[in-house]
Design a protein around this ligand. Structure first.
Ligand code: HEC
Ligand code: HEC
Ligand code: HEC
Ligand code: HEC
Ligand code: HEC
Length: 325
């Protein structure tokens, strides 16, 4: 208590002389927060934060992170139309745990009873034992925090992305899920006036949980002719899990090949579905071969790869290539 009142005196003392008071408070909060006793912090706590509130409550301070999360698939994991259909109107018990988790702690979560429309929200991922767990050792006056190294590990995501996590583990690539799907930028964790100036800039991870983009540099195409055969291979060169990857969704790559004769007429065609649900997804760094027998004279092939996500029927082109004999 003695140290506390001394600290308080210092703050008030410095406060009277303006700018240097703020400088001292900034130093205290960012560099010497262990000097501030728990009893003093009790005065700055906001009890509502610890009552498992909606994400909107967190946005009072963490506005940027909230807005990013709002755009993510995690925020609609319960209200997604395709999920509602696939889970028989959300009646299948076994579909609930990962889509409305109570708390994420490294293994398959338990489903929760309340606030189901929030999907996978801030409290599910951060609130454990009455503290906000996260990657930093820091002081947050409004709520207790706890530095937990799991937050920067792939195993955290593997609580629910179980198949993808196993695929990733087998590649032995060092980049984590967060490195690619939550890239970091320098910024403030809070946007609330006052608080934002008292806390230094840190790395902030992108809470849109970016989908990731495939290009022709990621999936390498090789193709060639051999008498009456057309050989083709696809290789997932850069993405350290299957492409596409899924636990329950049905994302797909479609490979279309059209064969033309020397008059430019289409004489033959083929189609492949590359999808985890059909066990045809592309493993990391392995060439997958396809072969086609040609019955007509062919002088050119057009090869097109398209991607379709788990929740939309729209197909996006990854690449299109024309190959002459
Ligand atoms: C172990 C955790 C887990 C369980 C249990 C689970 N899911 Fe999912 N689900 C995921 C993850 C992770 C994704 C993200 C995309 C992917 O990997 O498939 C997902 C995505 C989906 C998608 C695609 C996204 C969308 O909104 O359309 C559907 C559909 C889906 N799940 C349906 C189900 C159904 C039906 C069940 C029950 C049979 C179920 N899930 C149970 C983890 C789970
Ligand atoms: C699917 C789980 C998940 C959800 C949902 C989630 N977070 Fe996070 N959050 C993480 C992970 C993982 C990190 C650590 C990322 C890193 O630093 O690599 C993190 C980091 C943070 C940090 C520390 C700064 C940073 O980016 O490292 C804050 C603050 C935070 N989250 C707040 C929130 C708030 C507020 C919400 C809701 C609007 C939210 N989070 C939703 C998983 C989640
Ligand atoms: C009244 C403002 C306020 C509200 C509301 C608030 N926070 Fe915070 N939070 C902070 C401040 C301040 C920090 C520390 C910022 C810094 O030092 O850069 C912080 C830090 C964090 C961290 C980082 C923890 C770590 O050790 O890495 C997480 C996670 C977090 N908050 C989650 C949440 C969640 C989830 C909610 C909603 C349930 C929430 N916060 C509501 C002000 C708030
Ligand atoms: C509580 C379970 C859970 C945890 C933990 C979790 N996810 Fe998810 N994730 C899901 C579910 C369920 C979906 C599908 C939501 C939907 O579309 O309905 C999903 C969707 C996604 C998507 C969008 C997939 C797409 O097709 O666009 C990405 C990317 C993603 N998660 C990355 C991550 C990363 C990175 C982490 C770790 C920081 C993580 N997730 C942690 C359950 C989880
Ligand atoms: C080196 C970067 C990288 C790492 C590491 C990585 N991913 Fe991905 N991920 C991508 C790219 C690029 C895509 C888009 C290609 C695709 O659709 O598969 C993607 C797609 C996804 C999707 C969308 C489903 C799909 O395949 O369309 C999910 C879900 C996902 N990743 C989860 C994870 C999880 C969980 C981890 C960690 C275990 C992880 N990723 C690690 C780059 C990465």
């Amino acid at each position: 208590m003695k140290t506390f009142s001394r600290v308080l005196d210092l703050i008030i003392g410095f406060g009277l002389i303006g700018a240097s008071g703020i400088t001292f408070l900034y130093f205290l909060i960012n560099e010497r927060f262990e000097w501030i006793p728990e009893t003093a912090l009790e005065l700055t706590r906001d009890q509502e934060i610890l009552e498992r509130p909606k994400a909107k409550k967190c946005s009072e301070c963490h506005k940027d992170i909230f807005e990013a999360w709002k755009e993510s698939r995690h925020s609609i994991s319960w209200t997604s139309k395709t999920f509602i259909e696939a889970s028989e109107n959300r009646s299948k018990e076994k579909c609930l745990p990962c889509h409305i988790p109570q708390s994420v702690q490294g293994e398959k979560p338990e489903p929760r009873i309340d606030l189901r429309n929030e999907g996978i929200y801030c409290v599910s991922c951060h609130f454990i034992d009455k503290k906000m767990h996260g990657p930093y050792d820091l002081l947050a006056p409004p709520h207790p925090t706890f530095r937990n190294p799991d937050y920067v590990r792939s195993s955290f995501c593997g609580s629910c992305h179980q198949k993808t996590f196993k695929e990733w583990q087998a590649t032995r690539v060092e980049d984590t899920c967060q490195d690619c799907h939550m890239p970091r930028k320098k910024g403030r964790l809070t946007q609330k006036k006052g608080l934002n100036l008292l806390h230094k800039k840190r790395w902030v991870a992108d809470h849109r949980f970016l989908h990731g983009k495939i290009t022709e540099k990621d999936v390498i195409l090789e193709a060639g002719w051999e008498e009456k055969l057309f050989n083709l291979s696809l290789q997932n060169k850069t993405i350290p899990h299957f492409v596409p990857t899924a636990d329950n969704g049905d994302p797909r790559l479609y490979l279309y090949i059209k064969f033309f004769n020397d008059k430019g007429e289409e004489v033959d065609s083929a189609k492949e579905i590359i999808a985890p649900q059909q066990e045809t997804a592309l493993p990391y760094n392995k060439k997958i071969n396809f072969q086609y027998r040609l019955f007509n004279p062919v002088s050119r092939a057009v090869i097109e790869l398209k991607y379709q996500s788990a929740w939309s029927k729209e197909k996006h082109q990854v690449f299109s290539k024309s190959l002459s004999r």
